[in-house]
Design a protein around this ligand. Structure first.
Ligand code: ZN
Length: 552
């Protein structure tokens, strides 16, 4: 019957095509009673729980609410399983075009996962401020730290559902935990995208499992139209958590085959806290409804009456738009004026989001001697990996690849002069050497529309007179892959990924096919260790020192 009512809502029902009977019962998992302690004075508010929510299975599909006849005998005891992981593909951070990041500093017991929204600088700075403040609160001295190969830090960005996890889970689960499961964990959850807004929950948990000292969630809205950020302290009305609990118990009771419509016992403070936490992690559906996940271990007199000590699996609830609105406070509803309009889309480019190399461990990948036949492929790889690099180009090759040059700049990369024809500058008269550097810079500027602020001397051969005359810093390198020897892709990975420390400048040549082929593995390998790849100028925070520079 409830299912029919959902259908009567027409196009605004949940996107949940599958109707799957659940109730796999696992008596062996019912280990004991964490029984509820009802608050006698509490009265359930007036609302209609039967139309307010549906239980969801692990795919996000509605579960069938069994009547007594079809539910059988098997659920007479044990735990109710209701699945986990309801998802909305529309909120995938990669599909949305966000820039995922991750940090780990084991000295400080610090781990952070966050996202930047391209084209929304205020949001990105707000995220950085939150991460920096969580680092400062550890009281330790922070320097960006990298980790051994295989650390898995290339899995980065927000963690689906983590805003609704228990604080213990955030400190425990490998996706978010600091080293040793003690310290500070920052995580985020992309919970809605509509109109010009992306909603992100940024959560900071400190302590250790069983001894959480703080747990704070900030609800941020990135406005992709004007680049601003909005912040909402509290999203829910006071009665929402109690109503959620009542709905959940009523649905679980019916799921277990009970015919009772007796009032649900008032939730205890602990139960209310569970419900509040679940609401913090709730996701808006496209139609303005909610997906809410309650953790396993729910216990209540109603379940106990059915021989169920506690739920062994998370309980997923789908809340209809009407109920969701009634639970939402006025301030939040104003932000959500455009809730039922489709998301307009991220306008910025991930690789153009500034990276703070005091916060995130950085390396600069540099590619010399192009542009050439493989350069365009390298740009494709950088775009696909949301990465960026610095190209040192030969001026006499620029005109033949003007489109590639323009594309390199448009995608957030950097181009420096590598002279017109690749001579040893120290063997030329000074005016000629200077002209080699600056003529190439002019050619690049004409093709790219961007001023050239760096040069790299061929063979690394340069002297102070040339640097002074060119008035550009001479960028050398701290790691030479010697890719011109064509040592094979594996060796190139070893010479770069395994050798890198934060602040390194790594030398490749995009005229060698292997160097371009291996670029994607190099970038992923760097991220696996915790690095982000940046341009040379970014490596120095936007201001490259004068003179000879080989690393930060
Ligand atoms: Zn060269």
């Amino acid at each position: 019957m409830r299912h029919e009512e959902q259908h009567r809502r027409g196009a605004r029902r949940f996107r949940a095509p599958r109707v799957v009977p659940i109730l796999a019962l696992a008596a062996s998992l019912a280990l004991g009673g964490c029984s509820a302690e009802p608050v006698a004075a509490w009265q359930p508010p007036e609302f209609a729980p039967v139309t307010g929510a549906v239980l969801l299975d692990e795919t996000g599909g509605e579960t069938r609410t069994p009547d007594a006849a079809s539910s059988g005998e098997s659920e007479a005891q044990g735990a109710v399983e209701t699945g986990s992981g309801a998802d909305s593909a529309v909120l995938d951070q990669h599909a949305l075009g966000l820039m995922p990041e991750r940090l780990r500093n084991d000295d400080l017991g610090f781990a952070a996962r966050f996202v930047y929204v391209p084209g929304v600088p205020d949001f990105n700075e707000r995220v950085n401020a939150e991460v920096r403040s969580a680092i400062a609160a550890t009281g330790g001295e922070y320097t960006p730290q990298v980790h051994p190969v295989g650390s898995g830090l290339d899995d980065r960005g927000c963690v689906e559902g983590s805003a609704g996890w228990s604080a213990d889970e955030v400190l425990e689960r490998p996706e978010t935990a600091p080293a040793g499961e003690a310290g500070t964990a920052v995580t985020c959850d992309v919970t809605a995208a509509f109109g010009d807004l992306i909603e992100v929950r940024l959560r900071v948990v400190t302590g250790k499992p069983g001894a959480v000292s703080s747990d704070h969630t900030t609800v941020l809205f990135a406005n992709v139209a004007d680049g601003s950020v909005l912040e909402v302290a509290s999203q829910w009305n006071d009665h929402a958590a109690a109503e959620l609990w009542t709905l959940a118990m009523d649905l679980l009771r019916r799921e277990a085959g009970a015919l009772s419509s007796a009032p649900i016992a008032a939730p205890s403070e602990a139960q209310l806290a569970l419900a509040r936490n679940a609401l913090v992690g709730a996701k808006r559906t496209e139609d303005g409804g909610l997906l809410v996940r309650l953790p396993p271990g729910l216990a209540s007199p109603e379940l106990e009456g059915l021989g169920i000590d506690f739920t062994s699996q998370p309980t997923q609830l789908g809340i209809d738009p009407e109920t969701a609105r009634a639970w939402t406070n006025e301030a939040y509803l104003q932000v959500h004026a455009a809730l039922d309009t489709p998301f307009s889309g991220v306008t910025g480019t991930p690789s153009r989001v500034p990276i703070d190399c005091d916060l995130i461990p950085c390396v600069a990948l540099t590619y010399d001697d192009g542009p050439g036949p493989f350069t365009s492929r390298l740009v494709d790889t950088l775009i696909a990996e949301r990465a960026r690099a610095t190209f040192f180009m030969l001026g006499d090759r620029v005109d033949a690849h003007a489109d590639t040059v323009a594309r390199i700049i448009a995608e957030g990369n950097e181009i420096g002069s590598h002279t017109m024809t690749h001579p040893d500058l120290t063997e030329l008269p000074l005016p000629e050497a200077t002209a080699q550097v600056l003529d190439a810079a002019d050619a690049i500027e004409r093709a790219s529309g961007e001023p050239v602020t760096l040069f790299r001397p061929p063979y690394g051969e340069v002297n102070d007179e040339i640097i002074d005359a060119a008035q550009l810093p001479a960028i050398l390198w701290s790691i030479d892959t010697n890719d011109w020897q064509e040592p094979g892709e594996q060796a190139l990975i070893e010479r770069s990924v395994l050798a890198a420390d934060p602040g390194d400048v790594i030398l490749f040549h995009d005229i060698h096919s292997d160097s371009v082929e291996v670029a994607s593995d190099v970038i992923r390998g760097m991220r696996d260790r915790g690095f982000e790849t940046v341009t040379v100028t970014e490596l120095f925070g936007g201001s490259v020192p004068e003179g000879r520079v080989s690393s930060r």
